[in-house]
Design a protein around this ligand. Structure first.
Ligand code: NAD
Length: 326
């Protein structure tokens, strides 16, 4: 990989950030990464155990909303690029209390943009989500040209950050990119999210809650494919551009849960892991019906494509959670 020498990465102790750090060091051991993370409930430092003795990995405990601290961290480490993974990321939590989403996902990004503005040639990549586009009917895909129509407090906070990022590019000429990815799965995801929660409930033979009628559709990508997509944008992304990252892998929630149950039963040989565990619960407020992303732009312009099939990725992920259980 041809990538910047020093990367200031925020939120690197979360699910995707930690996978990204491990991915970069696996592919490019000479780079230097500063992981700046507030260590909220969503962080898990164990995901970075393999970097413990890596002299090129540095951790700073800090909040992106704390302007003096984050300014100081960036000024002293003098990075070539900032990649922002830090966020409040769980839709259900945003419905219960949006306030931390407004602080971290909007004010925090504003702080980072302002710091970049005061440093020449400091690139900024904002890690965003397909949820900024809102919801789709049964047909069609979101492209980078689709209107921004967020519907949950989480999505609205991420959309705000995207718009700030683009405005800082247009107004101040900041060299930015935005990546918008579909739902991720893989190792180290917080168990509040659908796939790890389902795996964990299977292993403990507890009821698996499925919202509404389970027919809502999500588009899934393995986290390592997301990481390779971000690395591609970091190397070759055209300044000011937005890139969707997805693997055209749509599943109805109910079918996905059944698939996980069946694979887990096959892997554990436990007949108690069955579809009888499924329990329908009242639908999420304002539940988006379908997300699906067209990744044609990043494929065509930057020659990126996902590598992991869903079957392979799910088996790998379930095996990983089984191992953690042990
Ligand atoms: P996560 O919730 O697992 O991790 C977030 C990390 O950010 C945690 O380590 C947390 O401690 C840190 N953090 C939170 N607030 C902070 C603050 N104020 N200052 C510094 N650090 C802070 O999230 P994730 O699933 O790894 O998602 C990472 C990014 O990718 C987010 O921006 C999210 O919107 C985006 N994204 C996620 C998905 C997905 O499926 N998980 C899909 C598309 C985009």
């Amino acid at each position: 990989l041809q990538i910047p020498l020093t990367i200031f990465l925020t939120g690197g102790s979360g699910f995707i950030g930690s996978n990204f750090i491990n991915y970069l060091f696996d592919n490019c051991p000479d780079i230097s990464i500063i992981n700046y993370d507030a260590l909220t409930y969503a962080a898990n430092q164990k995901a970075l155990t393999q970097q413990k003795n890596n002299p090129n990995y540095h951790f700073i405990h800090g909040n992106i909303c704390d302007l003096p601290t984050v300014t100081d961290a960036i000024t002293t480490t003098n990075p070539d690029i900032i990649i922002n993974f830090a966020a409040e990321s769980h839709v259900d939590r945003s419905i219960t209390d949006a306030s931390p989403f407004i602080s971290t996902n909007i004010q925090g990004v504003y702080n980072l943009l302002e710091i970049c503005r005061k440093h020449d040639d400091l690139k900024f990549i904002q890690i965003s989500t397909d949820e900024v586009y809102g919801t789709l009917g049964p047909d069609g895909f979101f492209t980078e040209a689709s209107p921004i129509k967020p519907r949950s407090p989480y999505a609205a906070s991420k959309a705000s950050a995207d718009l700030l990022t683009l405005a800082w590019h247009e107004t101040y000429g900041l060299p930015v990119n935005i990546t918008r990815c579909t739902n991720n799965y893989g190792p180290w995801q917080h168990p509040e999210k659908l796939i790890p929660m389902t795996i964990q409930r299977c292993l403990q033979k507890e009821k698996i809650p499925v919202y509404g009628n389970g027919l809502n559709v999500r588009d899934w990508i393995h986290v390592s494919d997301h990481c390779s997509g971000i690395a591609t944008v970091m190397q070759n992304g055209k300044v000011g551009e937005v890139y969707n990252i997805g693997s055209k892998n749509e599943w109805k929630n109910l079918d996905l849960v059944k698939k996980i149950i069946n694979i887990t039963r096959d892997l554990t040989g436990d007949p108690g892991v069955s579809e009888n565990l499924i329990s329908f619960v009242p639908d999420r407020q304002g539940h988006d019906f379908r997300y699906a992303i067209d990744p044609d732009k990043i494929t065509r312009e930057l020659s990126w494509c996902p590598k992991i099939t869903f079957k392979e990725g799910l088996v790998k992920t379930i095996r990983w959670y089984l191992k953690q259980q042990e």
